[in-house]
Design a protein around this ligand. Structure first.
Ligand SMILES: Nc1nc2c(ncn2[C@@H]2O[C@H](COP(=O)(O)OP(=O)(O)OP(=O)(O)O)[C@@H](O)[C@H]2O)c(=O)[nH]1
Ligand SMILES: [Mg+2]
Length: 461
């Protein structure tokens, strides 16, 4: 693909700030800046050395009106982010200067960059692969340190390297198959079959291992969607408030206080949590409460994790039992609240319904047990299988999807080998695996998929 236009965008976030940056990339970057910039000494930017910062003014070319006082630098491709010539204008922050400067840059010949277009150029010009490009976006939108670390690893190519290694094995297999097809007289020799079986097993386990990390990866990227359910007045809103450490939801001793869904984003020891407090579930005639209860049940079905709250000072009621029985195979944590009061609940009765789900006793009024809740949540996310540091995680749904297709194709190849089908059949499956994996790094990828990926980027990146 040949790129011949020059793009520009505001690279800093909108709003008041110390500085704002307008960025230009493309063949004409330096030619364009020379039309609108003059240094304190009255020189053009191209008269200075690259990679230096030059102080001066952005001027309206016809009237010579000063638009802003700026610091400007330029970098010659290919040693730049996009591999093209890049100019960066540091102007005053705030909406007006950046907007005026961008307008001027566009007027003298640049085109407004689409979201993610700078990074897209970095990809198209071969500086980074697709997984790395996506990591750039993940870095920007990371909500926790851990999410950021994982994205940084991916930007450095950890996932790409792993995927390339697997693809290399597949290439070896394809090479072997080719030779056999070309030279074997009739039957395929045993050596080839053994080789293919071994390699195939290896590849399948490599792909499976990557897929195993995807659930944790998704949580780090998007947050663990968690919903607190229970009958009215057990302390659901109190739990939300305790975890976010502020009085976010209204707490009263009137059952049915929460009627609408309240969502908060928080970070528990590096894990982003989208925590939802819901209306207490019970049979009710109140129309508003009824809708609330309905929504609680809907959210229950969508959540990654359910926190069921029970009131330890009351015996287990039918409402409690019904809620507990809804859990089924979902990931859930049972919290028995109000341990400061005389306990009437029987833990055994709860266990009878939920099996080996984790049960924690707390008193939110006395602030007892919160640590245990937090530790348990973290433990549940990592399932004890994934080490907190230096683990490669698949964080991206697109990557997960490609891995799933690769896994399916490599499994198909086992059938073909076992059934002693002609090697051409095996070859097709191996090729499909190879292609599905190639989508992750962008080696085998369609133009509209690229558009779709970069559309979600922010402008100016
Ligand atoms: N004794 C005692 N009371 C508590 C505890 N936690 C919460 N409460 C009280 O229980 C009552 C209900 O608390 P909420 O947090 O509003 O309960 P909820 O489950 O959100 O109730 P609804 O919104 O009506 O479904 C309030 O009066 C709280 O102060 C606890 O650990 N001990
Ligand atoms: Mg409530």
């Amino acid at each position: 693909m040949f790129i011949d236009d020059t793009i520009a965008a505001i690279a800093t976030a909108p709003g008041e700030a110390g500085i704002g940056i307008v960025r230009i990339s493309g063949e004409k970057s330096i030619e364009l800046i020379d039309k609108i910039f003059v240094s304190k000494q009255g020189k053009k930017l191209s008269e200075y050395k690259p990679r230096r910062i030059t102080y001066g003014y952005i001027l309206e070319p016809k009237s010579d009106k000063r638009i802003d006082e700026v610091l400007v630098s330029y970098m010659k491709g290919p040693n730049t982010y996009t591999r093209e010539d890049i100019v960066e204008i540091n102007c005053h922050g705030g909406m007006i200067p950046v907007k005026n400067i961008l307008e001027l840059v566009l007027r003298v010949g640049a085109r407004a960059a689409e979201p993610g277009e700078f990074t897209k150029r970095a990809f198209l010009n071969g500086r980074i692969d697709l997984a790395q490009a996506e990591a750039v976006m993940d870095l920007i939108s990371a909500k926790t340190e851990k999410g950021f670390d994982v994205a940084l690893d991916q930007l450095e190519g950890s996932l790409s390297k792993k995927v390339s290694k697997v693809r290399k094995k597949l290439m070896d297999m394809l090479g072997h198959i080719q030779v056999s097809i070309d030279f074997a007289e009739d039957d395929v020799d045993e050596v080839t079959i053994d080789f293919l079986c071994d390699k195939r097993n290896e590849v399948e386990s490599d792909i499976q291992k990557l897929l195993d990390t995807a659930d944790t990866g998704k949580i780090l990227r998007e947050g663990l969607s968690t919903v607190i359910v229970g009958k009215p007045n057990v302390g659901k809103s109190s739990l939300l408030n305790a975890l976010v450490r502020e009085s976010r939801a209204i707490v009263t001793d009137v059952p049915g206080t929460t009627r609408d869904v309240i969502e908060e984003h928080l970070n528990i020891k590096g894990i982003p949590l989208n925590l939802v407090d819901t209306a207490g579930i019970r049979e009710t005639e109140d129309i508003v409460e009824k809708i609330g209860v309905q929504r609680s049940k809907e959210l229950f079905n969508l959540a990654d994790l359910i926190i069921v709250m029970l009131d330890g000072s009351k015996e287990l009621t039918e409402d409690d039992k019904e809620i507990l029985s809804l859990i089924g195979r979902k990931k859930a944590l049972i919290i028995i609240n109000k341990t400061d009061l005389t306990q009437k609940i029987n833990r055994k009765d709860v266990e009878k319904i939920v099996g080996d789900k984790k049960i924690i006793k707390v008193s939110l009024i006395e602030e007892k047990g919160l640590d245990e809740i937090e530790d348990t949540l973290v433990e549940m996310v990592y399932k004890g299988e994934i080490k907190a540091k230096d683990s490669l995680l698949v964080t991206n749904v697109r990557h997960k999807n490609a891995l799933e297709r690769a896994l399916e194709a490599i499994k198909d190849s086992e059938k073909a080998i076992k059934q002693k089908l002609p090697l051409d059949f095996v070859e097709v499956d191996i090729k499909n695996t190879w292609e599905a994996l190639g989508e992750i790094t962008g080696d085998t990828v369609e133009e509209d998929l690229l558009d779709h990926i970069f559309k979600n980027f922010c402008i100016g990146k």
